[in-house]
Design a protein around this ligand. Structure first.
Ligand SMILES: NC(=O)c1ccc[n+]([C@@H]2O[C@H](COP(=O)([O-])OP(=O)(O)OC[C@H]3O[C@@H](n4cnc5c(N)ncnc54)[C@H](OP(=O)(O)O)[C@@H]3O)[C@@H](O)[C@H]2O)c1
Ligand SMILES: *[C@@H]1O[C@H](CO)[C@@H](O)[C@H](O)[C@H]1NC(C)=O
Ligand SMILES: *[C@@H]1O[C@H](CO)[C@@H](O)[C@H](O)[C@H]1NC(C)=O
Length: 327
């Protein structure tokens, strides 16, 4: 039974990836509202200015159709410019693309949600998003223009807003057509249950930290049982995040991952991404280098055997999590 499911899933990925020249169009997964999401998207956190402009152009040329940004990344303008350039060149049409942005924590007041999505749309130069995510269940108080308002002890200041009320305002912008789907990020099981209880739209995805060192198998199983997909952020271990410790074990240097990679003549990054996608998870690797952008989507011409999937599973550990997530 489990084997049949795995087998069908592999067939579907192998059969639906389309390649032409150096470009690979990733297969899609159906969301609970009927929309199709490409299983590989380009991450853009920490990508700014001319780098992100070029990265999004390179990604679209490489076949990416899913781009992940957020208001807090302060790069929606450049992401939008790259999208416009590729539409103007005739490489893609707007409807071929799946564009994701996120509601920042200082905009959780229900009346702030529509102005916030409009700000993202106008920076991106779009009239709708494909997916709008609540960036976190935690809200921050608005203090001037501060992105992370903190008290004198350095702790972020909450505004005391119920995220279920924020969710209802997200449902409103969804109904108005400003976004084709809505979802959440950084939610745990209990928080999702609360949305399911209080809201009337089921989130299409929960975007969370997920990679071979922290594979989220329990949360993924729970989400699946509710018709919610899991999107893996930091799927390569995010070695360039600001809080990374210089001496931490880097996922992409892991010898077991390297050994599996050698067997398939692939890179550790490709094995990590293939592992996630083959588990039914959507992944959004970030890069600003053309060769890596191509490499990260070139994962649909091989399959990990059940034994190799188990080998990658074995890298999961209780200290594999890289974010404390106290916010
Ligand atoms: N919802 C949330 O709260 C949340 C949180 C974190 C991240 N995200 C999203 O998830 C995306 C991905 O996560 P992330 O940016 O934290 O980290 P990541 O994608 O796990 O890793 C990015 C790092 O890996 C490097 N890299 C990329 N491809 C590589 C390859 N093939 N070989 C070797 N190194 C490679 C990148 O370098 P170069 O760029 O120099 O190539 C960068 O240093 C973000 O960009 C963002 O869109 C969302
Ligand atoms: C958001 O944009 C939509 C579409 O342009 C517009 O109808 C609506 O009035 C805007 N809402 C706010 C609060 O600005
Ligand atoms: C992965 O690690 C977490 C944290 O220790 C644990 O809860 C989970 O059961 C592990 N999953 C697997 C497949 O071992």
């Amino acid at each position: 039974m489990a084997y049949t499911k795995w087998f069908n899933c592999v067939i579907c990925f192998v059969a639906t990836a389309v390649t032409f020249g150096d470009a690979t169009i990733a297969p899609t997964i159906k969301l609970n509202n009927g929309l199709d999401i490409p299983v590989i998207g380009l991450g853009t956190w920490k990508s700014t200015g001319a780098d992100v402009l070029q990265a999004v152009k390179d990604a679209i040329d490489a076949g990416y159709r899913h781009i992940d940004t957020a208001w807090i990344y302060q790069n929606e303008k450049e992401v939008g410019e790259a999208i416009k350039a590729k539409i103007d060149e005739g490489v893609v049409k707007r409807e071929d693309l799946f564009i994701v942005s996120k509601l920042w924590n200082t905009f959780h007041k229900p009346e702030d949600v529509e102005p916030a999505i409009n700000q993202s749309l106008s920076a991106l130069g779009l009239n709708y998003l494909d997916m709008y995510l609540m960036h976190s269940p935690v809200d921050f108080k608005q203090v001037g223009d501060s992105l992370f308002p903190t008290d004198k002890d350095g702790h972020v200041i909450p505004a005391g807003i119920d995220f279920a009320d924020t969710w209802k305002a997200m449902e409103d912008v969804y109904r108005k057509g400003l976004t084709k789907s809505i979802g959440v990020a950084n939610f745990n099981k209990r928080q999702i249950e609360r949305i399911l209880e209080k809201g009337s739209v089921v989130p299409v995805t929960n975007q969370v930290e997920c990679h071979p060192y922290f594979n989220q198998n329990k949360l993924a199983e729970f989400c699946k049982s509710k018709g919610i997909t899991l999107t893996a952020y930091s799927p390569l271990g995010s070695d360039n995040r600001p809080m990374a410790k210089p001496d931490e074990p880097k996922l992409l240097d892991n010898p077991i991952l390297k050994k599996v990679a050698d067997k398939y003549k692939k890179t550790p990054a490709q094995i990590a991404l293939r592992y996630l996608v083959q588990s039914g998870i959507i992944a959004i690797p970030k890069s600003v280098h053309k060769n890596r952008i191509q490499e990260n989507i070139n994962i649909f011409d091989f399959e990990l055997t059940p034994d190799d999937m188990k080998t990658v599973d074995s890298l999961n550990s209780s200290d594999g999590r890289i974010y404390a997530l106290e916010w």
